[in-house]
Design a protein around this ligand. Structure first.
Ligand SMILES: NC(=O)c1ccc[n+]([C@@H]2O[C@H](COP(=O)([O-])OP(=O)(O)OC[C@H]3O[C@@H](n4cnc5c(N)ncnc54)[C@H](O)[C@@H]3O)[C@@H](O)[C@H]2O)c1
Length: 438
């Protein structure tokens, strides 16, 4: 496994669990040292247990030579972040190729990183030019979702394998043998496109339901009821119809951008994806509008952002909505507090100017508003009398529609969700009631 991030580590642990011997190589010495010492550098449910269980079949190293001394099949799991132009940055992938030792014909390179369509052809050409024509190349994109990554590996919807040679595809399929899932065998370019198109389509569903939510707000419908009614249609299905403050994370924003740029670079204007991206950007900012609707001027107000990771059950803060919200609110002159059960260390580096709090209660004490940014289960009980008493002004902006609006109102909060019928009008809770308890 080349790369010990979310994809590399989860894949390594799961393959080891299946009985394979796995060597994991990363270039960050602290990460490798942590893993060698049994410490898991990321928060992913089930991963520490699996790594511990399969310890005898796992090795961690900094040296590429170690990896190829032991391994026949090398999965490339390095990051492919966006560049300033929106294209995927493939420098880590090319670096791996530069470092590749003179391996023999048993070596097979498998791309798990998400890459633009055409990358496989280019890697193939680069291998050939380096005298490594005997090294096979396979595209095997990864579809795991952070927070459920182990389960996603063990029970995937499908395994996509794109190869130039059937025998190479057979070798990769064999590694997954104990897993029951349809194997989609395609050409390399199609495998690359399946990954990008899948993420772009999921992102499109999110932006679509968010726009429906915004229209619900101005027409009096309730997006939660609408989504339930839509999702029961077997042609639509219920997934990715949760209205909220938009998608973030290390994959959707960059993969949608990358597909848009890939199309653009090839002379095609991908109009729909432009809208998906724009809707998502605006959706995060609507929270600021909702706060201003109730609080007026935000300068001098204290806002608690609850949940900082881009989704629950991960400490990944890449492209998290909390970062955009915090920056906007700080620019408005608000005091911003942040709480998260697992991401405070990551937030420290990324959220300068934000007061990070160990507990929800500390974050909301004296606050003018609490914003549910990430739907951590811990926040289900947010509309409590304790929180109500602690806040200077009991306003909840529920960016994930996590709470029951009626329960929140009954507990004395002004409640504002996303696309929900009956969002409170400003001043719904009498000023006299807003005084914090002594
Ligand atoms: N995170 C996800 O949910 C997810 C899901 C599906 C696909 N992907 C894709 O998989 C790829 C990896 O994503 P991630 O989230 O695991 O990234 P990550 O940033 O968490 O991990 C990448 C790791 O690769 C290491 N690395 C960089 N260059 C290296 C080299 N030359 N040799 C060895 N290690 C090297 C880095 O130090 C880092 O630890 C990306 O292309 C991503 O788009 C990610």
């Amino acid at each position: 496994m080349i790369g010990a991030g979310w994809v590399g580590l989860v894949t390594a642990a799961c393959f080891a669990d299946l009985g394979h011997d796995v060597v994991v190589r990363d270039i960050v010495p602290e990460r490798v040292a942590d893993l060698q010492a049994g410490r898991v550098p990321i928060h992913e449910p089930g991963l520490p247990e699996l790594l511990a269980q399969a310890r005898d079949r796992l090795r961690f190293t900094l040296a590429m030579a170690d990896l190829f001394a032991a391994a026949r099949v090398a999965f490339v799991c390095v990051g492919t972040p966006p560049t300033y132009s929106g294209d995927a940055d493939l420098s880590a992938v090319w670096h791996v190729l530069d470092e590749l030792p003179d391996v023999d014909e048993r070596a097979l390179l498998v791309m798990k990183s998400t890459v633009p369509v055409g990358t496989g052809e280019k890697v193939r050409a680069a291998l050939d030019a380096r005298g490594l024509a005997h090294v096979g190349y396979v595209s095997n994109p990864e579809f795991l979702a952070e927070g459920t990554a182990v389960r996603d590996f063990q029970a995937p919807d499908r395994i996509v394998i794109g190869a130039f040679a059937e025998s190479d595809a057979d070798r990769v399929a064999a590694l997954y043998a104990p897993i029951e899932a349809p194997i989609v065998r395609v050409d390399v370019a199609s495998a690359e496109m399946i990954k990008l198109a899948s993420n772009a389509f999921l992102a499109t569903r999110i932006s679509f339901i968010n726009e429906i939510a915004n229209v619900c707000e101005v027409t009096g419908a309730d997006v939660e009821q609408v989504a339930r009614g839509m999702g029961l249609d077997h042609r639509l299905g219920p997934h990715f119809l949760r209205a909220g403050i938009g998608f973030g994370g290390s994959c959707f924003p960059k993969d949608v951008q990358a597909l848009k740029q890939l199309a653009g670079n090839s002379g095609y204007h991908f109009q729909l994806l432009n809208a998906v991206i724009e809707v998502n950007e605006l959706q995060k900012r609507r929270v600021v509008g909702k706060l201003a609707k109730h609080l007026g001027e935000l300068r001098g107000k204290t806002i608690a952002l609850l949940g900082l990771s881009f989704k629950p059950n991960t400490n990944d803060m890449r492209e998290a909505s909390s970062l955009v919200l915090a920056a906007r609110l700080l620019a408005e002159g608000a005091t911003v507090r942040g709480w998260d059960p697992v991401s405070l260390e990551e937030a420290q580096a990324l959220m300068q100017g934000v007061e990070l709090c160990e507990t929800v209660l500390t974050a909301v004490t004296g606050a003018d508003a609490a914003v549910v940014v990430t739907e951590w289960p811990e926040l289900r009980g947010l509309a409590s009398s304790e929180v109500r008493a602690a806040m200077r002004n009991p306003l909840i902006v529920d960016g994930r529609n996590l709470l029951d609006p009626e329960e929140a109102r009954a507990a004395g909060f002004t409640y504002e969700g996303i696309g929900r019928a009956g969002n409170d009008t400003p001043g719904a809770v009498e000023t006299a009631e807003r005084e914090p308890a002594a």
